[in-house]
Design a protein. Sequence first.
Lengths: 385, 385
Amino acid sequence: MGQLTGGDPSLLRRINSAVVLHALRATDAATLTEITRVTGLSRPTVEGVVEGLIEAGLVVEKAADDSVARRQGRPARRFRFRAEAGHLLGLDIGAHRVAALLADLDGRVMGATTKDVDEAAGADERLDKVRTAVVELLRRAGVARGSLRAVGVATPGIVEADGTVRLGAALPGWTGLRLGERLSRSFKCPVLVENDANAAAVAEHWKGSATESDDVVFVLAGLSPGAGSLIGGKLHRGFGGAAGEIGALHMLGREATPETLLSTTDEPLRPLDERAVAAVFAQAREGDERALEAVERFIQRLVHDVAALVLALDPELVVVGGWAAGLDGVLEPLRRELSRYCLRPPNVALSLLGEAAVATGALRLALDHVEEQLFAVEGTVTGRR
Amino acid sequence: MGQLTGGDPSLLRRINSAVVLHALRATDAATLTEITRVTGLSRPTVEGVVEGLIEAGLVVEKAADDSVARRQGRPARRFRFRAEAGHLLGLDIGAHRVAALLADLDGRVMGATTKDVDEAAGADERLDKVRTAVVELLRRAGVARGSLRAVGVATPGIVEADGTVRLGAALPGWTGLRLGERLSRSFKCPVLVENDANAAAVAEHWKGSATESDDVVFVLAGLSPGAGSLIGGKLHRGFGGAAGEIGALHMLGREATPETLLSTTDEPLRPLDERAVAAVFAQAREGDERALEAVERFIQRLVHDVAALVLALDPELVVVGGWAAGLDGVLEPLRRELSRYCLRPPNVALSLLGEAAVATGALRLALDHVEEQLFAVEGTVTGRR
């Protein structure tokens, strides 16, 4: 990166700061000489920028290693990025559970908490649980609320760019909820809202099963599956944010509802909730013939949903997460059916992040936002949008 | 666009040429003063560049308008882009038909020809038909083969980047065919090969039903439907070029084959070709009860295929083309079912280009290639990849 001359001096300062921060963040600690070499900036520029970053609390001088000090007399001063200068939250607001992750500015997770929520809980009760989880998490980690720089939130449904849930049938009172705005009242920093399967796709690409692939479909397998896709490493939201909202896919041209699909009697399974489904799976494990058939039908439906996504998108890799990913024998029929129906079958993997995938993706969105703010150099913005 | 100084002088000349060509192509004709103003280049630079472009045959002085000449004495010389300096072909190689379009460097179509091909014809016979069509088309238009700058080819199947058909079940002898290489023997210019539905999507976006939208799914509706998608205005090919190869979509979890679907008896319809299908549709138009049911089943299947694509991709617009688009009553059930199954139903339109869509898309690909060569300025490459 060459030194820039001319133009708006404050813009120039900002760019140089970003360049130095970027360099410091990529290493444990560096001397001014090393920063000068890596950035291509002049020594006086680097000195000025580092001084400014120290004042802003983003950089600190690293204490000299004693043995080095004794050996060399007075060693060169070394500086490091203060990842502890700010914090991020990743929130997962689901049907039965809210989860929160806390991380520093390097995205290193410092703490996590989850709370069970009643499936039937309304929006207010659910948001209260979220706030309680955040309070506990911050207190346990000894992090002040004012230190938060961004909050990422992931939740089922179609999410508008402004953080409104346009449609969220899975959670009571969710459709039309101005979720971003509601949560913003609890935080002074930006709150970013994303669909849960989309967030999980981002998470698996960041630190899960999909770190090696930029063309990924993540399937959040459950009673009503959802999917998130990365195309060329970027989230594909669709024109209206509804891409991968495949809840209705298995109904196309079929009579069977999930209630009949999972029933072990001649009557539909009602109420159809995870407890009822868990009971069917338990029966199947004990060898019950009709329960085994029901599980088989359920897996087939999931496999067909995934196959339809693959035919439409042709990803390199499919990652299966969500609770149904834990079912015995999801992967094998999935691979078999994909190679049967798809002209170019993709690789298939289970989620590495499991239950943490959605909150981890929300955290990554918060980190992306902060990186855009801190490290954006014109034309080389790091980030997702 | 500012004038560039320093660096490789030949690169600089090339960039300045591209800038001037770009400016001239956007207008009928322009004076040196106008070109200077539009491009931001200096007068001597523009003079040098225009001289070079005249020598290269890409620009010509436009004859002065007589009335202007009389009125003003000696008017400023005006120059125009020579769209006739080169030509492009768009080829559609299908199961029953090959079609060819000829255009100038502005993409203006100068001629078209089609030839019927036997569905059972092998690769050699099919390619012979293509060559015959091209010979006729060039002769009729009075264009020399050597004037061709690029040839775009569109065909069913998964097409590799090098022009090999990885998988093409619709045409005998097509799988594994090095189509790009085979056709390259007939031309001295580059030959670009693309999947037919992908090409049609590009065509509808260029000059069809989708000029107003960058997020489009084009469905080539037929016995075995295919689809092409534009995301943000760019073709989405998928990781392995198989995106939208939805031939197997309707088979997911279903017993009914197209042969039983379209049958009006208790026996499957064999052989299942377009002639047999046309007969069923004719019977339906005459009010035959079982034919009407068969057509209804066929349309339902198409509708469900499209719905699956929409759930996966969430486009702004779905364009339906291919022969089945002409069926009475495709659009109405499509809209109804999409609004039933999709959380955010897209707009739906019929193809405007009809049978010409695939060849038109192939032509556009050739034009893209030429534009990349002629008009590419670093960082502002016009084109599709």
